[in-house]
Each structure stands twice: as structure tokens, then as C-alpha cells.
Design a protein around this ligand. Structure first.
Ligand code: MRU
Length: 340
């Protein structure tokens, strides 16, 4: 594999390392990733997260294992193990399935390395196209709102929803962003705020429960969010809290857009009901942890419900911003609408 650097992954020709997002924004630590087990642990504890980024990290690791001489059987086993690391983001499954085709068709290792490099490059280009498509929907002076983190920490490129926001900031004057903190793991307050600072995008962090008040005051022009899986009917899964944001946007008549690459569409899921939702550990809801250590504030004996994602029904979406175009309510009723 050729050396590369993205916002969350690096390969210097010898070592593959991943930026530990659990320690951001205060500490930038790069974790070595040599084995399937290394990456499964890194993905499961969200040291790398975001639908496109986890798919690309798995493809890169398979490319590197092939380069080191892994056999076809070992590579298939590795791919199957990585495919199970997290259940909701379909990008992981889609990327792994493409890698498996290269492993089976060969020749090894060249075809596998080439496929990993292709997927990495493709994600950078998809981000660029989505960002341009979404920025065209914005106007100077817009006050945008976003949820979770969908930038260079979540993709190989500029990002999905945060890519749109960055592009809008480049091409329009006075773009401002409300950043939902995104409980329980604060991907907005920690990671999106960090990326907005790096990109010099004017922003303010809000607690998730402040969005309604801002919409009621007319202080939100448009909302852009990412997605982990889009069903064939346009329903989509994203970070928990996205659905409530969509309901609020509908009530207050604020345009609500989902931004994702084609690799996030799952034609096998007819509707959002078929999207598997990851349930996570109780410590995430009962406290906080990070570079500063860990603090649990809830009573130890209390139980917790912690779904990592929710599903937003298509009827609440103003537009689907993909690399292939911007689609509306009528478009998503057509077969294979996501192909453009
Ligand atoms: O649990 P996470 O942090 O992986 O959740 C990430 C999201 O929900 C993102 O919005 C989604 O993956 C799109 S990222 C471009």
C-alpha cells in the first residue's frame, strides 16, 4: 500500500496507526493497528468511529495483511471477523464485501491492495461531491445545526454533513453552526467542535435539549446530519437523537437534510425497521470518560437503556444529499433512486 494520511488514519509505509478519538480534543494519541483483534477493539471502543471511517480502516488493514503475505483463507477469516465489529453502519459490510471479492478473484496480494487503495480514494471523492451538492442548498448568513461528528474523523475525506458545512463556509459568507453536544459520548461537543476550530468555522456547542428552543426562536436555517444506513425507502439510521431533531425540525418547518455517500445505502433493507441498532454499555450513560479519566455520577444500582442509533422515517426528511445528487420525497419513491 502507498503511504497515506487522513484525519483519523495514517500509513507511513510500515505502520498503520489510528487517532484515538476517545481522548480528543485534549490529547492526540495515535494507536498502532497491526492485527484484526487490534482493529476490532479500536472500532468497538469507538477510538475510530463514523460509518465511512470504520469501513475504510477495515479495508486498509486487509490490504496490509495481504501485503504481509496472508493466505486467501486467512484474509477471508479476517474479513469475516472485521465485518462483525459493529452492526449498524452498512459501510463496513459494503467495504468488506468488496474486499472479499478482490480476495477471492485475486491475484494476491496486488488485487487486495489495489481494492483498499481504491476504496480509500473513492471515499475522499465521494465526500467532495456530497459536500458540493449540500453547500449549494445553503445561503449566506445561514445558521446551520448538526448532530454527532461527520467530518474528517468519521470519513477518509472532508466528511458528510460536516463536509457540507465546511464547503458552505468556504463558498458563502457568514456561515454559523450550532453543534449538538450529542449525548452520551459527546461526538459533537468533543469532536465536531474540535474540527470546527481546526477549520475556523464559527460555531457554538449546545446541549441536545436546547435545539427546540433555537428552532422556536427562528435561529436555525437548516439541519445537516450524517447516516449509518439508509434503507431503500429513504428511512435512515443515525446517532441517537437524530430522530428527535427531525421531529422538531418538522414541527418548526426547518429544512432537514441527511448527507451520505452511496456506500451508506442498503438496498437489502426495505425500510428502517430492518436496520439493526447497536446497544452499548451502561457506563456510557451513567458517567463520562476521556483524557481526564472517568467519572460515574449515576447510582450504581440503576439500570440503563443505551441504543447508539435511532431511525428517522423518510417522511421527516427534506432532502437526501448523496454524491449522486440531492433527492426529494418524490425521488425516493422510485426504484434505485440513490443511483441518480
Ligand atoms: O457511534 P458513532 O460515533 O460511530 O456514530 C456516528 C454517526 O452516527 C455518524 O453520524 C455517521 O456514522 C455518519 S459519519 C460520516
Amino acid at each position: 500500500m502507498k503511504p497515506f494520511t487522513t484525519g483519523c488514519m495514517r500509513y507511513d509505509g510500515e505502520n498503520f496507526t489510528i487517532l484515538d478519538q476517545t481522548l480528543l480534543p485534549h490529547q492526540e494519541t495515535w494507536l498502532p493497528c497491526h492485527t484484526v483483534n487490534d482493529l476490532v477493539v479500536i472500532i468497538q471502543r469507538l477510538a475510530i468511529r463514523g460509518a465511512p471511517a470504520i469501513g475504510i480502516s477495515a479495508s486498509v488493514l486487509l490490504g496490509l495483511l495481504a501485503k504481509q503475505g496472508a493466505t486467501q483463507t486467512a484474509l477471508i477469516e479476517a474479513a469475516d471477523e472485521l465485518r462483525k465489529a459493529r452492526p449498524t453502519a452498512v459501510n463496513l459490510m459494503n467495504n468488506i464485501d468488496q474486499m472479499k471479492r478482490a480476495i477471492i478473484d485475486g491475484p494476491l496480494p496486488d488485487a487486495v491492495i489495489a481494492e483498499a487503495e481504491k476504496l480509500l480514494q473513492e471515499d475522499i471523492e465521494l465526500c467532495e461531491r456530497m459536500s458540493t451538492n449540500g453547500a449549494a442548498l445553503c445561503q449566506p448568513g445561514d445558521k446551520l445545526l448538526t448532530h454527532c461528528n461527520t467530518g474528517s474523523l468519521a470519513t477518509a475525506g472532508l466528511g458528510t454533513a460536516l463536509g457540507v458545512i465546511s464547503k458552505a463556509h468556504q463558498v458563502h459568507s457568514n456561515i454559523f453552526v450550532w453543534v449538538d453536544e450529542t449525548r452520551p459520548l459527546l461526538q459533537g461537543g468533543r469532536l465536531t467542535a474540535w474540527e470546527c476550530n481546526n477549520r475556523h468555522i464559527p460555531h457554538k456547542i449546545i446541549c441536545d435539549n436546547m435545539a427546540a428552543m433555537l428552532m422556536a426562536k427562528g435561529d436555525v436555517s437548516r439541519i445537516f446530519v450524517g447516516s449509518d444506513r439508509i434503507a431503500a425507502n429513504g428511512d435512515f439510521a443515525n446517532k441517537i437523537g437524530t430522530y428527535s431533531l427531525a421531529v422538531l425540525a418538522h414541527y418548526h418547518k426547518v429544512p432537514f437534510y441527511v448527507v451520505a455517500p452511496q456506500t451508506t445505502v442498503d438496498p437489502e433493507c426495505a425500510s428502517g425497521d430492518a436496520i439493526p441498532i447497536e446497544l452499548r454499555g451502561e457506563h456510557e450513560v451513567k458517567g463520562v470518560s476521556g483524557s481526564f479519566g472517568e467519572c460515574q455520577w449515576a447510582p450504581a444500582q440503576s439500570e440503563v437503556f443505551n441504543p447508539a442509533f435511532d431511525v428517522t422515517p423518510a417522511k421527516l426528511v427534506t432532502g437526501w444529499v448523496l454524491d449522486t445528487g440531492v433527492f426529494n420525497q418524490d425521488d425516493v419513491k422510485q426504484p434505485n433512486w440513490w443511483l441518480g
